[in-house]
Design a protein. Sequence first.
Length: 574
Amino acid sequence: MLAGMYVEFFGLKQSPFSIAPDPRYLFMSERHREALAHLLYGIGGGGGFVVLSGEIGAGKTTVCRCFLEQLPENCRVAYIFNPKLTVSDLLKTICSEFHIEVKHEGIGPATIKDHLDPLNAYLLASHARGERNVLIIDEAQNLTPYVLEQLRLLTNLETSERKLLQIILIGQPELRGILAKPELEQLAQRVIARFHLGTLDKAETQQYIQHRMQVAGLRGPLPFSKQAIARIHDLTRGVPRRINLLCDRALLGAYASGTAQVAAAVVDKAAREVFESDTTGAHAAPTAKPRALPAWLGTLGAGALGGALVAGSLMWWWSSTQTGPRPAEAAASSMASQPVLPAQPTPPPAAAAPDPVPTPPALTDAATETVLPMAQALPDPKLMIATEAAAWRELGPLWGHDLIEGEACANALQNRLQCYRTDRMTVNGLRQLNRPGILTLRPERLGTARVLVTAMTDDSITLQAGSQRWRLPLSALNDVWRGDFATLWRTPPGQDGRLVDGRDGAAAAWLEQRIAGLQASGQVPPSASDLDARVKAFQKSQGVDMAGVAGPMTFMQVNLASGVDEPRLRAAKP
């Protein structure tokens, strides 16, 4: 390796700046210690999800490996580092990691159920033996929302005390954005610990370099000047992997020139070779793309050195480009489960007075309505809404607000509204929610199209796009709609920002008052006095998943039951 050329020159025993995640070189900054503590806490937290995110090269994988060394003996671990898989492939990999035998009868490949049944049986038997099972998925930002939702379903297997499978997701910063999507609301509510691993500050950068040099065998003073260390921090922005790359090349440059100390000028020259960026600015943003061989290495000779440099460059390029196009979402499978919300009429308002909000405008009665016969299952897709942004723009006025294209949900939050999305809605669920929203239809061979749902009867549904309105049989809807639905709901007074679990703050006080009113009026069975028990009692009465978490679905049903002023689905005209 190239680094071997300067190891003896600087009195080292081995290369100090390898990018391999060697736990011996783990520099436990305050951030790293906290990240490790979150992982360890998650194991004892009763199950669910633990999320560790961080910049590329911040040390996530190294922290994870250190975490694996501290696991108790009764933990069984499945580690997946290439999650660009379909649901079937992911289950197959999980079973393989846990050494679970999968039996398949009949022709064709093994099904999801063929993997799911033995996995469930294994987890139950393992729990009976007093074991814990941990699934770790690295580079989790590459998982599609559909696969993440199927992972959530794996955590549904539980005892009265804990879930039988603990899942740790490790990924780049975009993982946080993926988990914040409305369609992954239920998964987000099951995250019991999360931590974002930031970069090193200037003092920690020096400590990091000192630590790695000493682990590699340094016994004398640090061969980097103070100015050089300051430049290293500025050029790498405190990202450990970038520090490794730059320090490695800088030491090689100092060795090539025969100097025992790395100066700032050597760091700048090394940066121009390692990072394709302008290194003259104090905060240049280096990118992970190698440049040509440095001219000052000519004194070391060609041949083997050139080949080694090419190999080193290829390794750096490979390690920095492991985020490719995400795979297409897997088709719907038997793992998906959607509780059927019972159809029921809107109950009268509770004792609490409705919120004083402006009544949104009614749907335009002047819109042209066409009743489609069974033979014509769907209007011409060319007449429907082309994009999601345009669909939000058409939905907004029903709530009394204009939603700016491209910023619909952010604009909604400013007006005490919150977006809700799901790909597992049912016809009964639409009737239960009783609110207009966006349906994404998938006509065969015609791509996708969007419409507003504005009215329902027992056997028909009314769809709208612009000034056009169509009424078609519910049986025809089932042929072109797979459950993709989006809508808005009004957040409680005093709620700032997006609400995930409203059991704290102003939202909790509002929720408790509303549910108490519903119980006083007999619409919700009485329960214990604490809020969690009341929430679960309400969820049970409404057919909502009784997770105890007061998420958007719970608030939408409380709004409906207690008379909060929101637009509703009209009864379609006969």
